[in-house]
Design a protein around this ligand. Structure first.
Ligand code: NI
Length: 387
């Protein structure tokens, strides 16, 4: 059977998607602890006849088949978040304090079903499914790549269910689509003492409060208004008693940009504005996620054939980050959004009441299958990336 003969998701496929997604939802696992999830994935991929490498980046699985032609990497993330679920549903998390609050349960289920379809198909090239651990700040994509996950890969596809898009809409953005993510910590030093004699101390609370205000000028006065950036202080720690001035205060926060140059500039400005007042350390979490125009064209064509061209949304960008950015910095590809908003009112990703409208699952399956098929059959229109 050729993939082109596979039409819209069947009732049976849809039921299986829901069953898999709910099973993963009931049994969420944090980054690098996806033992149950990856076990289910590896077993199923072996049953389907894939060449399987498990234990990649600890709990990742790579399942491949086919030879010759182009090699496409289809990625799904498997990890959950340290959140107590507040949804009252029968597939509620059974793990205390762990929840699939970003939809990675859906991504894993969809990729498994795409693999199921390709297991039955005559392949025009090679397809490699990367089920990765630890997307949520754990840089699982980087670890998979370091362990050869992208060796021989020509292009890549990934998707995310998206709570701010209605079901039936597919978001495809050419170029930068998701932000770089960095974490910063600033240790503001002072000299503590008795609160009654502040003139004898060097009060780090006043200095840190002023610094938080000064940091607002990075985006408002230093970064070009034509460039997007976020500098947010999210935590302010210091002091222990009403009558003691502490020695130091620690600030935590995040920097987001859509451009690696702006990212470097923002890091420099954070250092410059902090100056002598404190010590800055920055942890780079993910780079800017940049979609390849040619692969976006393929995804748009695939999506239009599933949901109609009027439902393919052009510019769904977010200051959220994604470690799939690493994959797209290595090979051309596209990361697209599958609308999954709940009709009765939706909660954002990472919220204790986040949930996925499961009607999004077969749409994700259909768009991903068709896009993968189009790429393997004919490559990019300009002939680049051809084997
Ligand atoms: Ni996510």
């Amino acid at each position: 059977m050729s993939i082109t003969e596979i039409g819209r998701a069947t009732e049976q496929e849809t039921a299986e998607l829901v069953r898999l997604r709910r099973d993963f939802h009931r049994h969420p696992e944090l980054g690098y602890q996806e033992v149950r999830t990856s076990g289910i994935v590896a077993t199923r991929m072996r049953e389907l006849g894939y060449e399987v490498r498990d234990g990649v980046a600890k709990t990742g699985v790579i399942a491949s088949r086919g030879a010759g032609g182009r090699t496409l990497y289809v990625r799904a993330d498997m990890d959950a978040l340290p959140i107590v679920e507040e949804n009252d549903v029968d597939y509620r998390s059974t793990q205390d304090g762990v929840m699939h609050a970003c939809g990675h349960d859906a991504h894993t289920a969809i990729a498994m079903m795409v693999a199921e379809r390709f297991a039955k198909a005559d392949l025009a090239g090679r397809i490699s499914f990367g089920f990765q651990p630890a997307e949520e700040g754990g840089q699982g994509a980087d670890r998979m790549a370091e362990q050869g996950g992208l060796d021989g890969v020509d292009a890549a596809l990934g998707l995310h269910v998206w709570s701010s898009l209605p079901v039936g809409k597919i978001g495809v953005t050419t170029g930068p689509a998701m932000a770089s993510v960095d974490e910063f910590v600033i240790e503001v030093r002072g000299f503590g003492g008795h609160a009654a004699v502040p003139h004898l101390a060097d009060d780090p609370i006043v200095k840190a409060a002023q610094l938080v205000t000064d940091l607002q000028t990075i985006v408002s006065r230093r970064v070009s208004p034509l460039d997007a950036a976020v500098v947010t202080v999210t935590r302010f720690d210091g002091g222990s008693a009403f009558n003691v001035i502490p020695d130091s205060v620690t600030l935590w926060g995040t920097i987001r940009t859509f451009n690696e140059r702006v990212r470097e500039d923002t890091h420099r400005l954070l250092q410059e504005i902090t100056g002598e007042r404190g010590t800055v350390s920055i942890r780079r979490v993910t780079r800017v996620l940049v979609n390849d125009a040619r692969m976006c064209e393929i995804v748009r064509e695939a999506a239009a054939s599933v949901v109609g061209p009027e439902n393919v949304i052009d510019s769904e960008r977010t200051m959220g980050g994604e470690d799939f950015a690493t994959v797209l910095a290595t090979v051309p590809g596209c990361f697209f959004f599958v609308g999954s908003a709940l009709p009765q009112g939706t909660f954002p990703h990472h919220h204790p009441r986040f949930d996925v409208d499961e009607r999004a699952l077969p749409l994700g399956l259909d768009v991903m299958t068709r896009a993968a098929h189009l790429y393997l059959e004919r490559g990019f229109r300009d002939g680049a990336g051809a084997a």
